[in-house]
Write a protein that binds this ligand. Structure first.
Ligand code: PLP
Length: 399
């Protein structure tokens, strides 16, 4: 299929279709398990001349399985370019390191994935990159935080774990007015629910480990770009000047697993969104539950924004019980739901953000992020929602 026709397919067809391999006609993508690639005089000359794009040199610089993943991600996200990376955190770090230099300033939402927050709050300060943390759902607070040296505005389309949803259009306007680059982590939403590049975001970072791969068996990340405010070859530049130097390429087997997962992204997410909405509705009426955070609930503080940006509300939700001990008791007594790190797989996974993913974030900051000790995060899998409800109710009955 020609590229322009492929680009016009509906989303479900885009994810299911991967062009057959030209050499073998295999309908599944080939895998290239090689750390090294043979030179000939022509390749040698191209490398020497600096024409390295898509030239296979050494596995740390890229590999053909990764390029197939990048091509598929471009189609899915509506991107002009994609860089596959070893993990979601590699995608985030490479993007920020590629965009920032000493003396730059970042405006970032208060609630982002803990490692992102930690990097901006501590590590980058060591290199004279300062961050102001704000509530990006409030455009005025973003405006107020801008400085002449603000280079990046960073947010999560659905924030981990508070499920906050910022309105994207005002952030795009602010970034453009100010000449800053708008970066969005779309991991919690997934490209099925939201494609931020279509809304004018400059760069999207994804932990492909989660919904994109979808089977809890591969770690990987993607940086996707569509913008006229960075050089067209920006991702190729940061491949060579940052990713290769950090040593964080997407491994071939992981690229292959992620490509396998992508093909079912639409049907998985369709079910996960439906089940998460059912769980959220059920938990909202449960006497042991203090609060439920799901963008599809009318009680969600940004429900109207979510409705205007997302046709469905994703597979993630959080709810609160009284204490950390209660949360632990609930999770420890699940039988069908897994008490496990990570999210986005076919199995329902649950965790206590305050004492798991956000353990390294000081308590006071966790409070500012609205992460209560008794908060429980659910990544809804593909099980029957009635069985999930029975499992959750049985565990909640013990507190
Ligand atoms: C929102 C978000 N972004 C990024 C990451 C990092 O992804 P990875 O574990 O693939 O490095 C995570 C991991 O949980 C996440 O939840």
């Amino acid at each position: 299929m020609k590229a322009d026709k492929r680009a016009k397919l509906r989303f479900d067809s885009k994810v299911a279709y991967i062009p057959p391999d030209e050499a073998s006609k295999s309908i599944n993508p080939p895998i290239f398990m090689s750390s090294s690639f043979e030179y000939d005089a022509d390749i040698y000359q191209r490398v020497v001349d600096g024409e390295r794009k898509s030239v296979n040199i050494y596995g740390r610089c890229g590999n053909p399985s990764e390029y197939l993943f990048e091509e598929q991600m471009c189609v899915i996200e509506g991107a002009n370019a994609c860089l596959g990376t070893a993990s979601g955190m590699a995608a985030i770090s490479i993007t920020l390191l590629g965009l920032l230099k000493a003396g730059d300033h970042v405006v970032c939402d208060w609630t982002t994935y803990s490692s992102t927050h930690e990097m901006l709050d501590h590590r980058y300060t060591d290199y004279d990159i300062e961050t102001t943390f704000v509530d990006t759902a409030n455009p005025d607070s973003v405006r107020a935080a801008l400085k002449p040296n603000t280079r990046v505005i960073y947010f999560e389309s659905v924030a981990n774990p508070t499920m906050k949803v910022a309105a994207i259009e005002p952030l795009v306007d602010i970034a453009r007015e100010h000449g800053a680059i708008l970066v969005c982590d779309n991991t919690f939403a997934s490209p099925y629910v939201l494609r931020p590049l279509e809304w004018g975001v400059d760069i999207v970072v994804e932990s492909a480990t989660k919904f994109i791969g979808g089977h809890s068996d591969a770690i990987g990340g993607a940086i996707c770009m569509k913008t006229d405010r960075l050089p067209e070859d920006f991702l190729e530049q940061i491949r060579w000047n940052t990713m290769v130097k950090l040593g964080s390429p997407l491994a071939p087997f992981n690229a292959w697993l992620l490509l396998r997962g992508i093909q079912t992204l639409a049907v998985r997410l369709q079910r996960q969104c439906q089940s998460a909405a059912i769980l959220a509705g059920h938990l909202e009426t449960h006497p042991k539950v203090n609060k439920v955070w799901y963008p599809g609930l009318a009680s969600h503080p940004q429900h109207d924004i979510a409705k205007s940006q997302m046709p469905e509300f994703g597979g993630m939700l959080t709810f609160e019980v009284d204490t950390a001990d209660d949360a632990l008791k609930v999770l420890d007594n699940f039988e069908l739901c897994s008490f496990a790190a990570s999210l986005g797989g076919v199995r329902t996974t649950t965790q206590i953000p305050a004492s798991m993913a956000f353990l390294d974030v000081p308590e006071e900051q966790r409070r500012e992020m609205n992460i209560a000790d008794g908060m429980i995060r659910i990544s809804t899998g593909l099980e029957d929602p009635e069985d999930l409800i029975a499992d959750i109710d049985a565990a909640l009955a013990l507190i």
